[in-house]
Design a protein around this ligand. Structure first.
Ligand SMILES: [Zn+2]
Length: 166
């Protein structure tokens, strides 16, 4: 049921210290698995978002295409003037998006005060406790047969199962 029970069954004759070390190693491994699962899910979400945006862009492109060719056909729009204006706007946009190098070198000493976003701390992984539904940091959870639970629920469940086992 719990981790100690599992390791007891596997290595019944080893000392308590080794057992503790193995439990810790198992816990670290499980935490890594959860973190990489969450990571995979986030990447999946981003890919889905990317696909949805790609479809939206394709739809917009069709509308712009139809609209401009209708206007050109009706002689309400000169295609060359349109292309020139589009490239002017595009240049202006690229100009406004260009990073300001002089400012970023000034700020580089303070990564948490407007410095390079690449140097920001990675947000900590959070997990929903399968028992009480509270959102907790992955490092404050334990793996159980019902899934990851918060430390508080883990010990409560542990007590219950110990009482039943005895
Ligand atoms: Zn809980």
């Amino acid at each position: 049921m719990n981790k100690i029970g599992f390791w007891d069954a596997m290595f019944s004759d080893i000392g308590a210290r080794e057992r503790e070390a193995l439990n810790e190693a198992a816990h670290a491994l499980q935490m890594q698995e959860i973190a990489s699962d969450n990571h995979d899910r986030r990447i999946e979400k981003l890919l889905a978002l990317d696909r949805a945006q790609g479809e939206e862009i394709a739809q917009l492109r069709i509308v712009v295409d139809v609209l401009s060719s209708m206007l050109i056909d009706a002689k309400l729009l000169d295609s060359q003037i349109m292309l020139d204006r589009v490239s002017d706007k595009r240049r202006a946009l690229e100009e406004s998006q260009r990073p300001k190098t002089s400012r970023s070198t000034q700020d580089s000493g303070h990564p948490y005060r407007g410095g390079s976003p690449l140097r920001e701390a990675v947000p900590e992984v959070t997990i929903d406790c399968k028992n009480c539904r509270a959102q907790v940091f992955a490092r404050d959870t334990q793996i159980t047969p019902i899934g990851p639970v918060c430390d508080r629920c883990y010990w409560a469940l542990e007590m219950q199962s110990t009482n039943i086992d005895l």
